[in-house]
Each structure stands twice: as structure tokens, then as C-alpha cells.
Write a protein that binds this ligand. Structure first.
Ligand code: NAP
Length: 269
């Protein structure tokens, strides 16, 4: 089946054929877990649309030199005024596809401060990057692919902090907890749709990325668990983002996924 679909932008999709053509939209694809997911997506020959403030030029150049389809959108997801344009730009890049995946991975752990000392600008950035942007991207994804009959998946990268309070992480815990509830509500709504989107939370556990370096830089008086997080690094207990990305990709491929479920890396190892 081949159809042309217009919704203020155009998506061509085709079902059938030899290879299942997938399109991945990955936020925060420049570093850490997002970069590791991006590398695996490209290795599989999918069309990848990367979103972040910086680009991983080496990865993009390598992919293009191998004839792989890659789009890079430089965007600050903390700039909420620009979000509608960012969303349009992302969806304008989608071409022929059998399957669509949105990986809401970009995130920030700051501000690391007890409540009473939170600065509004850092708090706003946390709310916009961790909560508003994934919601707006999911909202657009669901709206603009409503008539798309192929497989559609949204992964909201979550954290143990969505379920458990950490002193000093009020912003991070609250935004991840809010996103968790958004995932569950959306899943319940999608269960009623003709062509539902499957939406899940994925908790990657502690990984050796820049985010952990930011955590280790926090002042001990602001973050009650500072010593424990220093020990994770010293004892080699942080997982590599590459291993975590592999487990996520296997989860997405093996399925079937339970709509609205919180998947924890600990149960996938
Ligand atoms: N690391 C851990 O131990 C851990 C544990 C649990 C959950 N997580 C979650 O895993 C996800 C990935 O974290 P990570 O450890 O890989 O973090 P990371 O290494 O700090 O990478 C964060 C990514 O998000 C992007 N990003 C940050 N602010 C952005 C903005 N304003 N606009 C656009 N992109 C932005 C960054 O790209 P640019 O800087 O190029 O914009 C980068 O690609 C996050 O959702 C995090 O909450 C991490």
C-alpha cells in the first residue's frame, strides 16, 4: 500500500516491501545515551532525525558517507517560544516510512539545590527540557500521524527519580514524575484509537555520561546523595550508555510493548 498524507506537512508511507523502513526522531542525540541510540539506529540503516543544541558531526559525516539517511536539527528545547518551529522542522524531514519512533531522551538534572534556593531560570529550563518539550513533541507526533496505519512508538526516557524522591533534585524528580503520568494518561487515551501510538517510559539507570559528571559537581550541602554518586563512579558501577542503548533497541525490536508501562533497565539486563 502506498499513500500520500498531508497534515500541514507531508508524510509518504508505504507498507510492505522487503525491508521495514523505520524513521527515528531522537532528542539529545549529540551526547550520552542519545548518541549511543543514534549510532545503533544508523547501523541498522534507518532514517534518523537528530535534535539537540549541538551536532555530532563525526557521526553524521560517517553516516552520510555510507549513504545513510540522516537529518540533524540544531535546536534548544528549552526555548519554548521556538518549539512550534522546531516541531515543524522535525516533521518536515519525515519521508517514506513504514514505522515511526520518537525517543524523547534530552534531559537536564540541574538545578541541584534544596527547595527554597531554586533559581527561576534554571527551574524553567528543567521544566521546559524535561517536561514541556517531550509533551509538545508527543502531542505533535500523535496529532500529525493520526491516520498513519504503521507502527508508532514514543519512548520517554525516564529515571528512578520519577518514582523516588532525592533531596536536592526537586526539579528533576518532579519533571520526570510529571512525564511519567503524561505517559500513562496518553497510553490510556491511545488504547481507544484506530491506529494507536504505543508510548512507554524507559528508565536507563545510572550511566557514565555528562549528566553523571554534572551530578558529581554538585555541592554536597545541596545534594544529600553526593557521596553515593561519587562512589558509583569510583567503583565502576555506572553502565555504559552503549549497553543501555542496546537493551532499549532490543526491547523496541522484540516487543510487544505494554502501552504506558515503565520499563526499567534492571529488568532488561
Ligand atoms: N546518566 C544517568 O545516569 C541517567 C540516569 C537516569 C536517567 N537518565 C536520563 O537519560 C537521558 C539522557 O541522559 P544522559 O545521561 O545521556 O545526559 P547527557 O550526556 O547530559 O546528554 C543530554 C543530551 O540532552 C541534550 N540536551 C540537553 N539540554 C538540551 C536542550 N536545551 N535542547 C536540546 N537538547 C538538549 C544534550 O545535547 P546538547 O548539549 O547538544 O544540546 C545531550 O545530547 C536524560 O533524559 C536523563 O534524564 C540519565
Amino acid at each position: 500500500m502506498k499513500r500520500l498524507w498531508r497534515f500541514g506537512f507531508k508524510v509518504n508511507w508505504h507498507i510492505g516491501g522487503e525491508k521495514n523502513m523505520k524513521t527515528y526522531i531522537i532528542t539529545g542525540a549529540s551526547k550520552g545515551l542519545g548518541k549511543a541510540i543514534a549510532e545503533l539506529c544508523l547501523q541498522e540503516g534507518n532514517h534518523c532525525i537528530f535534535v539537540a543544541r549541538s551536532a555530532n558531526e563525526q557521526l553524521i559525516d560517517k553516516a552520510r558517507s555510507q549513504g545513510l539517511k540522516v537529518s540533524s536539527i540544531l535546536a534548544d528545547l528549552g526555548d519554548s517560544g521556538q518549539l512550534p518551529e522546531i516541531v515543524d522542522s522535525i516533521f518536515s524531514k519525515i519521508g517514506d516510512t513504514d514505522e515511526l519512533l520518537l525517543i524523547n531522551n534530552a534531559g537536564v538534572v540541574e538545578p541541584i539545590k534544596p527547595v527554597g534556593q531554586l533559581e527561576q531560570n534554571k527551574l524553567e529550563d528543567s521544566i521546559k527540557v524535561n517536561f514541556l518539550a517531550p509533551i509538545m513533541l508527543s502531542n505533535a507526533f500523535i496529532d500529525r500521524t493520526r491516520g498513519f496505519p504503521g507502527k508508532k512508538t514514543i519512548v520517554n526516557v525516564s529515571s528512578g527519580a520519577a518514582l523516588r524522591p532525592y533531596q536536592g533534585w526537586a526539579a528533576y524528580c518532579s519533571t520526570k514524575a510529571g512525564l511519567e503520568m503524561f505517559t500513562r494518561v496518553t497510553a490510556a487515551e491511545q488504547d481507544q484509537e484506530q491506529y494507536p501510538v504505543t508510548i512507554i517510559s524507559f528508565s536507563p539507570g545510572i550511566m557514565d555520561t555528562n549528566m553523571q559528571a554534572d551530578i558529581r559537581q554538585a555541592d554536597e550541602k545541596d545534594f544529600a546523595h553526593a557521596e553515593i554518586f561519587h562512589a558509583y563512579k569510583e567503583q565502576g558501577r555506572l553502565r555504559s550508555p552503549e549497553l543501555v542503548a542496546e537493551k532499549l533497541m532490543a526491547l523496541l525490536q522484540d516487543g510487544p510493548l505494554e502501552n504506558g508501562r515503565f520499563y526499567d533497565i534492571k529488568n532488561l539486563l
